[in-house]
Design a protein around this ligand. Sequence first.
Ligand code: BGC
Length: 755
Amino acid sequence: MRKQIFAAAVLLLSASFLQAQIKAPATIPTYKNAKASITERINDLLKRMTVEEKAGQLNQVNGGVFTGPAANDPGQKAKMQMTREGKVGSFLNVIGVKETKNAQKVAVEESRLGIPLLFGFDVIHGYRTIFPIPLAEACSWDLVGIEKNASIHAKEAASAGVHWTFAPMCDISNDPRWGRVMEGAGEDPYLGGMISAARVKGLQGDLSDANHIMSTVKHYAVYGAVEAGREYNNVDVSRVALWNKYLPPYKAAVGAGAATVMNSFNVFDGVPASGNKYLVTDVLEKKWGFKGFVVSDWASFGEMVTHGYAADAKDAALKAFQAGSHMDMEANVTGKYLPELLKEGKITMKQLDEAVARVLYFKFKLGLFDDPYKFSNEARESATLFSEANRAVALEAAKRSIILLKNNHDVLPLNASSGRKIALIGHYANSKEDMFDFWIANGTANDAITVYDGMQKRFGAANVSFSKGYNDDATTNETLIKEAVAAADNADVVVVNIGLSGKMAGEDRALGNINISDGQVALLKALQKNGRPVIALVNSGRPMVLTQIQNYTTAILQTWILGTETGDAVAAVLAGDYNPSAKTVMSFPYALGQIPIYYNHFNTGRPIPDTGDQGWKSRYRDQPNDPLYPFGYGLSYTNFTYSGMLINKTAIQKTEPLQVSITVKNTGKFDGEEVVQLYIRDITASIVRPVKELKAFQKIFLKAGESKEVKFTLTAKDLSFYDAEGNSIIEAGAFKVMIGGNSKDVTEKDFEVRN
Ligand code: BGC
């Protein structure tokens, strides 16, 4: 009996074994085996891929819409066919769960190897809940807040099927004529680095869940130095400037683990960035150890022909590839020519595999091979987008971005329960579109709370009147001015929204004139005559020249472009529910002719003295050298005084830290936050150093009457600089350390660094 049972069991087992042999594939390919390591999976997949499929992974195509009537569009059909053939590694501008899932299905279920797609999109300051523009957000100097904001951008985008954003922009710029300053963190390399790193961390997390997305360090490198602020223009900077001024934010973002880096449109040292081996291979790869992949900017591989650096499209593909760039956004030269270049022996299979492996790595890392639809949950998408929780974070960010530039007679804040009548004037204040800029991702203007909405809510609809004041394009309209003056006559206080249309901020928005328009100046002039306090709100994606409105305003708030929650944030600041704490991260020019203007300039051989004869010195005859508002400047409804600055030693060894402290007191009537800024100056060095360099800061909260000793530690790293080859050096000699509430008004101490 026992024997029989045993025999039956053997039979059964062998039958089921045979069945399994028939049903299951002999083995799961290693690249599909979730238990294998990413390296094993990549190696296995590379062995199975054709050269065309490999080139396809390095090809990024502008996608758009593939469902509904668009599915029959010949162009869209062709893109889907390319996907089936494994000739697309990534799409940009395919968004929303419905669209991304549909395209992913084609890649995964209809292509030979089923390699999932990466979906990239410009999520610059929010996906659906639109946050303040990055420049405004940077003015908060709030690294924790900035990281948190970025995590919400990522969460919303990820819920909508997006894997990858082309942010943060890490370009240092001194030129507010450039429309893209709105995307960055201003003019300072140190602060720019801290902010860029915070943005990368917030966006990416550790890329292991479905709430974070890949980030892109862009535009590598030195795009912020485009001559005369003109988009896509030439760049010509020295290697000393490259290393000390422009590279630090890119480096910090790469150090924070950014998955990708984007080439810039410009040349560096006469070589377009996309084909620039020095930038991409020598610095990024070798010096910084970057392990992610490099994506071109839109068609920038192909533009190397127009630059006059590549002979034709094939040569462009070769030059980009040889420089170390990997993925081709929209130029379609890589997908087309890499196989030919390989056949001709101009590139090797090893090089190609190495590039493709970098792209595949992130597809594995995001978990897309194991669950290609990990980012494709429609219920999650609708629960996440524009949620109350996300909007609350955006509102906080917006309040923290507003800078109080001027507040004569403490006219602000306005008492919201006094019943005082407010005349709100200015087209932008009632224009939802103008709460948004060019980079609005999937935001809709309809969601935006205008300044008018917000003020009616906060001050009572009956207390706030609205009139347009100027034409939609900011030009003069005498009838609108008359109406505005009549409204002001019936009010106790006048709030005027001026500046630029939101649509004038972003790519391809370079402006030769950033003065306040004649129409808006004429309006302010007319309003000022009735003697009521005039409070200006400046809507703009860049610092404008505000000199011409000084005589016609009692207070000025720089409100930038704040996104969906604009109106509530502005009303909260006007009413004093939030005490402004932002400080500008870009100098506000006194006059157009001063641009480029920045605080961390060199001394020159002939600096102008503060007093006395200024002849034959580096100066303008018709205007001051100083900006209207310097870097780091911003007021509060309270006052802060600085006293008792101390350093622990007057001489230190190169490796020794220096302790610096100062007492800050809130001497006003409101609780408030202050950004305490520490600058250094290296007086004499083998390469001249700026008159001031930010090296540390702390944002502190003080109750009215409270004081605090703020302590900093300066280390060798803070006191060093780069030579032209990118070596960090610290030199013995005289230094200054300065502390203050902005880059101009500082108290200082001298110290010496010894060998
Ligand atoms: C911009 C990039 C952007 C890309 C994709 C380019 O024109 O310069 O910043 O990420 O387009 O939209």
